[in-house]
Ligand binder design. Structure first.
Ligand code: SF4
Length: 336
């Protein structure tokens, strides 16, 4: 097993299982994540425990094979132990360093505007491989991580157990200690999984990729909408919000001439109604698809209509366009 995949709960269970005091889990967390320890001999445990830990765990991390950096963003292409590749992005925001991690190798959800959706899922990432991305960024750029977006390559809720372990691990005080309000998990709208996510002991924020105010357009952009139409997704989001009291963000990627007119904005505001959801307007990062990004004027007008209709909306700043920062572009380049 890989030690970086052990959530605090799983590590405590492990110590109980081997008949040792589960408080040792906190000592390991502190050593690994605060002091960068990579040898079990450095925790001050008895020799028999060190031997058992060495037999059961390794400290393997993904290998950095490509590193790109510009003023406000950076990106790593990482090679996993089986030769697969994933991407991780660092965005330098006003509040600190936010990373965007991948959760699968490829993705089966097939969103039409997405580079990752063009490369089918080959496998889920383990919790260790998701944590490994955070550690690789921290090491490569010598930085502390202040926020995490689980919205890189893959559909996080299609790999819920590993993502739940990662959320627990990354928010652990003795671990990477990222505040829960700075960790957001994004889904294309797997309604039953949203409800499961709401039941987790430590849920983080939820973002839902909506991208259209009606089922016809959403199904054309996102095939998953045929399985879980907007009404199901909104109802699951409401459940999440009531159950966890955590923020729900609706992500809306602005596609020129497709979903970006004032009428789309009015219908989006109607759909949200009185719900306390927040809209994040995302500039499109061009990929090999035929979609183009909306102009800044169009995005501002769209945002204005939402605000006039009582919806809290923000425009996401564009990060790292020079880096091929769109989800999946670096990996696609490498596979080509
Ligand atoms: S947008 Fe997300 S869910 Fe959709 S294909 Fe891309 S990675 Fe998958």
């Amino acid at each position: 097993m890989n030690i970086y995949g052990m959530s605090p709960r799983k590590l405590r269970d492990y110590f109980n299982y081997i008949g040792e005091n589960s408080a040792k889990a906190a000592i390991i967390y502190d050593g690994i994540y605060r002091r960068g320890v990579i040898d079990f001999a450095e925790f001050g445990f008895a020799e028999r425990i060190i031997e058992r830990l060495r037999a059961d765990f390794d400290f393997a991390l993904p290998k950095i094979v490509e590193k790109r950096e510009c003023e406000d963003a950076a990106k790593l292409l990482l090679e996993l132990s089986d030769g697969e590749f994933v991407e991780t992005v660092l965005m330098r925001q006003a509040f600190g360093n936010c990373i965007c991690v991948s959760t699968q190798v490829g993705c089966n959800m097939g969103c039409k505007f997405c580079q990752s959706g063009m490369l089918k899922k080959r496998r889920d990432l383990t919790a260790a491989e998701i944590t490994g991305q955070a550690l690789a960024i921290a090491k490569a750029f010598n930085c502390k991580i202040d926020g995490v977006s689980v919205m890189g390559i893959g559909e996080p809720l299609d790999n819920l157990e590993a993502v739940a372990d990662f959320c627990e691990l990354v928010t652990e005080d003795k671990g990477l200690a990222v505040g829960r309000r700075h960790v957001t998990v994004s889904t294309c709208g797997l309604a039953p999984k949203i409800r499961e996510f709401a039941e987790l002991p430590r849920p983080c924020n939820l973002a839902i990729s909506l991208h259209a105010p009606d089922d016809g357009l959403r199904s054309a952009l996102m095939p998953i909408n045929k399985a879980y139409p907007i009404a199901d997704v909104m109802s699951a989001a409401e459940y999440f919000s009531e159950k966890t009291h955590r923020r729900v963000t609706l992500e809306y990627i602005m596609l020129d001439g497709v979903n970006d007119t004032p009428d789309h904005a009015r219908r989006l505001a109607e759909l949200i109604g009185k719900r306390d959801f927040y809209v994040n307007l995302i500039p499109y990062n061009s990929t090999d698809s035929s979609y183009k990004k909306s102009s800044p004027e169009t995005v501002s007008a769209f945002c204005g209509v939402l605000k006039d209709n009582g919806v809290i909306a923000t425009k996401r700043r564009e990060f790292g366009a020079d880096l091929n920062a769109a989800c999946g572009q670096l990996r696609a380049d490498r596979l080509r």
